[in-house]
Design a protein around this ligand. Structure first.
Ligand code: CU
Length: 656
């Protein structure tokens, strides 16, 4: 579905098309998207009322990709999901782009596709002018439907009579005071149109009663700001010789790192074949890494706010919501942008510019030591490679950032910003399950969960995962003073043991090891997954979302690789009753020792809103880290040179 088109920052208005498919993992080019859709329309016999939910590269097998050599023939297949919105049927198709044949066309019963919106503005205007909806607005003193905003939210699945089998959304409504102000400052509480997405109409209106529209503006745009602080001096990031990375198509080489950059409409950023050059060879670490799912469950029981539990990846398509990034705003310095070719609901390729930003950042001190007797100081500056994209999902923004460090470290960080979901309460009411962020405006308690799927390949396919706790040694003859503590490594041997939670008091991490390879000290080579901030759900065990998003209930999940298992909550979370994805696959209880393993790390941010989150929220950071642990023989960054004319050389050495 996506084509990535390399573009250098110095020529921001021109795009260099990658004219040939150079690698089996190159995302579909625009012409391939168009071709796949046209084959479906001409040959599948699925009728005229088709909406294209997915058109992506069907990734070749891992074996084929790893055996690929430059110049080998590349077979291209597309994976397509279409909806016949008249018959309300979803089909999956595998398309050979080479032979223009349909390899598989399968009706998938009982599922709903993710959101498919063509012209959102036109759709919203039609809904806001629905006569019954206009009446409900009038009851609230709102006479201009053009000032009303309806955000369609996935309806979840509470097994409601009349909703089964229909493709529906709940409209969450706000009203602007004037065109151009922040509409989220004025929630229309208690008014929820139920939107039939197949018929493109309001099916019914749930009216829980009139609540006054909050009185205050909540504007953040520069044009509403009365004055700006005046004491900021410019910061310029300059790299006179250009950045240190080399890009060839979708392949990136940066110092010792090598990887491929990809993008899908569902997952957003996808990284492939991540490896680190060591002793003349590139040692593989991760075969494929991407956000597999995310969900935001809310904690307010009033009206229908309990239905707010959006899977922004599987139900909305976080990659479809990507921003075109701007130099100097989203990214600072010498930037390399990748574009993406997405598609519209008719299956026509559409290009999105500057979707992925890649650049280098100075990151403080990499390592340092002063020999106090020799009075010699050695300091190295740390630099990291940043690959990022930002998505806007209605009121909220999510930035997804991969960081690569010179010492072999990898971080994944999500940056949360935008506008908190707002609801209204009557004057004088103090909400229990949220925070008043402005008079009569409540932001409900909620959590953001992200699951990142990492198909591991630490120095080869056969890996094992260990849970590593630090434990206090018992008092004994060897530990008479009670100071001893040691590390306890527990193999996660099979899937029935592979749903784990963090334990900060045991300093718990997970080590993905290749037991058949050792470093020179005899340690099995490994990368460890190190938790950052994390949390568990506060929903009751029998709450609907606990079945639909079971991946929230553990932090580290491990499965044996299966190419069909990609998304933590299953392929079709939209309106799904639950039980799909990780819990279903892991019931097979497959063996995990020395196997091709996939780790699925879930991390959650618990968002109890603050007054300071209003009217637009300062960025919150959440994520996790991966660090080499016995992967190298020693600190792999000794060869990072001292900075020119700065540290490490006080004038007499010849290190430059
Ligand atoms: Cu939040």
């Amino acid at each position: 579905m996506v084509i990535l088109l390399g573009k250098q920052s110095e020529s921001p208005t021109t795009t260099t098309f990658n004219p040939k498919v150079a690698h089996p993992l190159d995302p579909l080019r625009a012409d391939e998207i168009n071709k796949a859709a046209s084959i479906v329309k001409k040959k599948a016999g699925l009728g005229d009322h088709l909406l294209f939910e997915t058109i992506v590269l069907s990734e070749p097998s891992k074996e084929d990709v790893l055996a690929f050599k430059l110049g080998d023939e590349i077979s291209r297949e597309a994976f397509v999901v279409v909806l016949n919105y008249k018959k309300e049927e979803v089909y999956e198709l595998d398309i050979s782009l080479k032979t223009a044949n349909i390899l598989r066309c399968e009706h998938i019963p009982g599922v709903q596709p993710a959101f498919i919106f063509e012209d959102f503005a036109e759709w919203e205007s039609k809904m806001t002018h629905d006569p019954a909806f206009v009446e409900a607005l009038k009851k609230r003193g709102i006479n201009d439907p053009d000032l009303v905003m309806i955000d369609p939210w996935p309806i979840s699945n509470f097994d409601v009579e009349g909703e089964r089998g229909k493709r529906l959304a709940i409209g969450r409504c706000w009203v602007r005071r004037e065109k151009g102000d922040n509409g989220y400052a004025r929630p229309i509480e208690g008014l929820s149109p139920i939107l039939d997405l197949n018929k493109n109409e309001i099916m019914e209106i749930h009216d829980f009663g009139v609540v006054p529209i909050p009185p205050n503006d909540g504007n953040y745009a520069a044009r509403y700001q009365k004055e700006f602080r005046t004491d900021i001096k410019p910061i310029e990031i300059t790299q006179p010789e250009g950045p240190s990375f080399v890009v060839s198509g979708n392949e990136v080489k940066w110092q010792k790192w090598q990887l491929r950059v990809g993008y899908t409409p569902r997952e957003g950023l996808v990284l492939h074949t991540i490896g680190y050059e060591d002793g003349g060879t590139v040692r593989p670490i991760i075969y494929r890494a991407a956000l597999s799912e995310m969900v935001v469950p809310y904690g307010d029981p009033t009206n229908d706010h309990y239905k707010k539990q959006v899977f922004d990846s599987g139900e909305v398509g976080i990659g479809k919501c990507a921003n075109s990034l701007e130099l100097g705003c989203d990214c600072l310095g010498e930037i390399y942008y990748f574009d993406a070719a997405l598609y519209n609901s008719r299956g026509e390729a559409a290009e999105l510019k500057n979707v992925i930003c890649m650049h280098e950042e100075d990151f403080g001190i990499l390592w340092k030591h002063t020999d106090m007797r020799l009075k010699e100081t050695e300091t190295r500056r740390s630099r990291r490679l940043v690959i990022s994209s930002v998505a806007t999902v209605g009121n909220y923004e999510y930035g997804f950032f991969w960081y690569f460090y010179q010492d072999g470290g990898i971080d994944f960080q999500v940056k949360l910003t935008g506008i908190v979901n707002s609801a209204a309460v009557p004057p004088g009411v103090t909400p229990k399950n949220g925070t008043l962020v402005a008079p009569q405006v409540v932001a409900h308690n909620h959590q953001h969960y992200f699951n990142v799927r990492m198909d591991m390949m630490v120095d080869g396919m056969a890996n094992s995962v260990y849970e590593v706790d630090t434990v206090r040694d018992p008092i004994s003859d060897e530990n008479r003073h009670g100071n001893a503590f040691s590390v306890q490594r527990t193999l996660i041997a099979k899937e029935s043991e592979a749903q784990r939670v963090i334990d900060p008091f045991a300093a718990r991490y997970w080590s993905v090891a290749n037991d058949s390879k050792q470093n020179y000290l005899g340690h099995p080579v490994s990368y460890k997954v190190v938790p950052g901030e994390n949390v568990l759900p506060f929903h009751h065990d029998d709450a609907v979302i606990m079945k639909r998003a079971t991946f929230m209930t553990g932090h580290m999940w491990v499965t044996q690789y299966n190419e069909k298992e990609m998304y933590a909550a299953g392929n079709y979370p939209m309106q799904h009753a639950g039980g799909d994805g990780l819990p279903k696959w892991m019931s097979k209880d497959r063996k995990l020792e020395n196997e091709d393993v996939v780790v699925w790390y879930t991390f959650g941010h618990n968002h109890i809103p603050r007054a300071e989150d209003w009217p637009v929220m300062p960025v919150v950071y959440t994520g996790f880290s991966m660090r080499p642990s016995g992967f190298f023989d020693m600190n792999p960054a000794l060869d990072v040179p001292p900075s020119m004319n700065h540290c490490g050389c006080s004038g007499e050495c010849n290190c430059h």
